[in-house]
Design a protein around this ligand. Structure first.
Ligand code: C5P
Length: 203
C-alpha cells in the first residue's frame, strides 16, 4: 500500500509523512532527498544533471547516502535546495528518479512524500494527500527549522514555487483525486490524525 503525500516546499510534508509512517508501521520515502542528492552531485560534477542522475547510487533511509557518502546534513544546505529545484526541472532527471522511486515502492507499505507521487510515481496510491499552507506560514516554518531569516526564505521559496510549478509540475494545486489538507493554523498532531484517518478508511 502507498500513501502519497504531495505539496509545495514548507507545507510540512516531511514531518507529517515521517510521523504517519511511524504510526502505521509503514516505511517513509523522501523523494525530495533524492532530487537533493542529484543537485549536490551535479554541483560537484562537470557532467550534465541527467548523466549524474543515472550514474549515482542513492540510498534514502534514516541517513541519506550518495555513492556511500553520508550526505544527510549536506543536502539541506540552501544552495542544495536551489540546485535540487533546478535539476528537478530536467525531464531526463525526473525520468531516472521516478524509475528508482517506482522500484522502491513496488513492494511493501510506504508513505512517499514529494511533488508528483500521486500523479506520476504512484498514480494507483491507496491514499493521496495534498498538503498546503499559506506562503508566509511555509516560509516561517522553514526559517524556524533551519534558523534562517523568514523574509529571505520567503523570497527564495517564491522562486522555487514558480520553478516547481512550471514544466508541467503543478505543485501548488491539489490534483483532482487528492484530498487537500490546508495545514495553516493546524497543529502537527491534527494534520497527522487527518492523514492517518484517511489511511485507515482506505485499508
Ligand atoms: O521536498 P524538498 O524540498 O526536499 O525537495 C527538493 C526539491 O526537489 C524541490 O524543490 C523540488 O524541486 C524537487 N522535487 C521534485 N519532485 C519530487 C520531490 C522533490 O521535483 N517528488
Amino acid at each position: 500500500m502507498v500513501i502519497a503525500i504531495d505539496g509545495p516546499a514548507g507545507a510540512g510534508k516531511s514531518t507529517v509523512a515521517r510521523a504517519v509512517a511511524q504510526r502505521l508501521g509503514f516505511t517513509y520515502l523522501d523523494t525530495g532527498a533524492m532530487y537533493r542528492c542529484v543537485g549536490l552531485a551535479t554541483q560537484r560534477s562537470s557532467e550534465p544533471a541527467a548523466t549524474v542522475a543515472r550514474r549515482i547510487e542513492i540510498e534514502v533511509g534514516e541517513r541519506v547516502l550518495l555513492d556511500g557518502e553520508d550526505v544527510t546534513e549536506a543536502i539541506r544546505a540552501p544552495g542544495v535546495s536551489e540546485a535540487a529545484s533546478k535539476v528537478a526541472a530536467d525531464p531526463e532527471v525526473r525520468q531516472a528518479l521516478v524509475a528508482k522511486q517506482q522500484a522502491i515502492v513496488a513492494d511493501g507499505d510506504w508513505v512517499a512524500e514529494g511533488r508528483d507521487i500521486g500523479t506520476v510515481v504512484a498514480p494507483d496510491a491507496a491514499v493521496k494527500v495534498f498538503l498546503h499552507a499559506d506562503p508566509e506560514e511555509r516560509a516561517r516554518r522553514r526559517a524556524a527549522q533551519l534558523n534562517l531569516d523568514p523574509q529571505d526564505v520567503l523570497a527564495k521559496q517564491r522562486t522555487r514555487d514558480e520553478r516547481d510549478s512550471s514544466a508541467g509540475r503543478s505543485t501548488l494545486q491539489a490534483p483532482e483525486d487528492a484530498t487537500p489538507v490546508d495545514t495553516t493554523g493546524l497543529t502537527l498532531d491534527e494534520v497527522i490524525d487527518q492523514v492517518v484517518t484517511l489511511a485507515i478508511e482506505a485499508k
